[in-house]
Design a protein around this ligand. Structure first.
Ligand code: ADP
Ligand code: MG
Length: 556
């Protein structure tokens, strides 16, 4: 867009700085010049009318005067020649007309008549005098004399004077016409010159405007072309930008997902590592205890038998030697043989029970530590739960607030379940620790006297574990606590990785997410959470009895 900016600026500059002002000036100028020209033409036509009309009139009057004069002369001479006085009446008709024509001429152009008029007037008067005399002579019946008057040298002389005067008048009139025409001509020339000049200016102005407009149009075309090019380029760039942006967004999303997965698997690995370390530790302890306990358990039976044999033997002695020596009697008294026999057998029995219990514990511990087993195996789910509870027993007892927690087991009749025992134990462990935490939180909060109604609930903190077979292919394990429960918003997020409501250092937010993964993804089961705030939480775990794929396949 940068390379198009300059021509557009230039175009705007051209339009704003030159074309528009010039166009305005040219239009105003044209108007002024046309108005001036029109006014001038009108003026000229007016002056032409004013000047030329009287000139024509004068010319006509001059011709009329000459004609009338001739008519008068001829009428007088005809009257004299013929003696017919009708010519006189004709004369009388034309005489005032000549007078009027002369007066009119003087009125129009007094200067033209100024000098010759005196001459013609005088001659005219004399001629009229002689003509009247002639008419008088005719009426007296003396036409010959009248004729001699009218052809006399005096008459001819006056006639000449008159005609010379008229010639002068005509010349003066002509001069007047010429001078008027000259003036008109010069005015016309000036106005033509002015019109020509105006025309020239207009041609130059409009020419310049045409050039500028042409330039403007060319520029516009160029800019439009460039704009189109730029637009196409921009569209192309936009398209490629959009494509690369979409690709980048996709990459970023993929990266974000990878990061999330990585973080999750890292935490999961740490968790797994912890669990397997715990498993190893438990397995080690179980192994170490197993031998000596077996040793004790195996030998207690013999001790019992041997002791009974020994007592039977003593009783046999007593029977056959009822009166022993004083020293034996003394010793018998001091050891209280009867009590010793009863007590020893009791002790041996309790040792037996104790060792049996240790044996059971070792078995449970071994059960719990089956995490390293790399494939699905048919196991007793109850054993897994019991071993987890055993491990947690210590955790429970270590918290004074939780020492009153009661664990109620309601085990159904379950077949062996094909599963990854170590992982399932981890699920039980996660859910049971959360339950213990929830109960601990509840009892902790109930210390507040305002919440005394919760005290009773807190004092009878319970965790119920129920198992059952639902239809032929699925087992259900329900773990329920009457702890603090969860709000809807918390419940919606518990399976999200890293979601925790516990303080930093205590919660990782991975327990439920890993449990979900183990139950749903690893075992193809499902896990459901039902929770009511301040009342408790229940987890329903359903696992199929048989697995469709092996653990090795799952890992792949
Ligand atoms: N039984 C329960 N009672 C109340 N809240 C629970 C219960 N089990 C899980 N939660 C809630 O779910 C959250 C996530 O649990 P979990 O994934 O195990 O992470 P963590 O225990 O590290 O916080 C807990 O922080 C808690 O708020
Ligand atoms: Mg947890």
């Amino acid at each position: 867009m940068r390379n198009i900016g300059r021509p557009i600026r230039k175009l705007n500059n051209l339009t704003n700085r030159f074309i528009m002002p010039l166009l305005t000036v040219a239009v105003i100028f044209s108007f002024v010049l046309v108005a001036l020209g029109s006014w001038n033409a009108w003026q000229i036509s007016q002056s032409f009318k004013l000047k030329v009309t009287p000139e024509f009139q004068l010319q006509r009057l001059s011709d009329e005067i000459i004609y009338l004069d001739e008519v008068l002369t001829m009428s007088a001479r005809m009257a004299a020649s013929t003696g017919d006085l009708q010519w006189e009446s004709r004369y009388r008709i034309f005489e005032p007309k000549l007078d009027t024509a002369i007066k009119q001429s003087i009125a129009i152009a007094p200067e033209a008549f100024a000098n010759p008029a005196i001459q013609t007037d005088e001659a005219n008067m004399k001629l009229v005098g002689m003509e009247n005399e002639a008419f008088k002579l005719i009426s007296q019946g003396n036409p010959e004399k009248a004729l001699s008057v009218l052809f006399s040298s005096e008459y001819e002389k006056q006639k000449r004077i008159y005609s010379q005067g008229m010639l002068k008048t005509n010349a003066a009139l002509q001069e007047r016409v010429r001078s008027n025409l000259d003036f008109y001509g010069s005015t016309l020339s000036w106005s033509s010159l002015f019109s020509l000049f105006s025309l020239l200016i207009l041609i130059v102005a409009w020419g310049t405007i045409l050039v500028l407009v042409n330039q403007y149009i060319n520029y516009r075309r160029l800019i439009e072309k460039k704009l189109l090019e730029t637009q196409t380029k921009l569209e192309n760039t936009n398209e490629s930008l959009e494509t690369s942006e979409a690709a980048l967004r996709q990459k970023a999303e993929a990266l974000e997902k990878t990061m999330k997965d990585l973080k999750q698997s890292q935490t999961q690995m740490v968790q797994n590592e912890k669990m397997s370390s715990l498993g190893l530790l438990v397995a080690g302890i179980a192994h170490e205890i197993n031998n000596p306990v077996n040793f004790i358990h195996g030998n207690v039976q013999y001790i019992q038998e041997y002791s009974e044999d020994l007592f039977n033997f003593i009783h046999l002695y007593q029977k056959h030697y009822s009166e022993p020596v004083a020293e034996i009697q003394q010793a018998l008294k001091s050891i209280d043989l009867n009590f010793l026999q009863v007590d020893l057998l009791k002790i041996l029995k309790s040792i037996k029970i104790g060792s049996e219990r240790i044996n059971k514990i070792v078995l449970l511990l071994r059960n719990f530590s089956r995490m390293d087993e790399a494939d699905f195996k048919k196991v007793d789910i109850h054993e897994g739960i019991d071993s987890t509870l055993l491990i947690l027993d210590y955790y429970l007892k270590s918290k004074p607030a939780c020492s009153h927690i009661e664990v109620i087991k309601k085990y159904g009749d379950l077949p062996l379940v094909e599963c990854y025992a170590g992982s399932l134990n981890q699920v039980f462990m996660n859910i049971l620790t959360n339950a213990i935490d929830a109960l601990e939180e509840t009892s902790f909060r109930s210390v507040n006297p305002n919440e005394s109604n919760q005290l009773a609930q807190a004092q009878s903190g319970q965790i119920q574990i129920r198992t059952s077979l639902i239809d032929l292919d699925w087992v259900e394990i329900v773990i329920e606590d009457n702890g603090m429960g969860m709000s809807e918003s918390v419940k919606d997020k518990i399976f999200d990785p890293f979601f925790t409501t516990k303080p930093v250092g205590k919660g990782t937010g991975m327990g439920m997410s890993i449990s979900y993964q183990i139950v749903v993804e690893q075992h193809g089961g499902n896990i459901e959470c039902v929770s009511i705030l301040n009342q408790g939480t229940r987890f329903n775990i359903r696992i199929p009895l048989h697995q469709k794929m092996s653990q090795a396949e799952y890992i792949k």
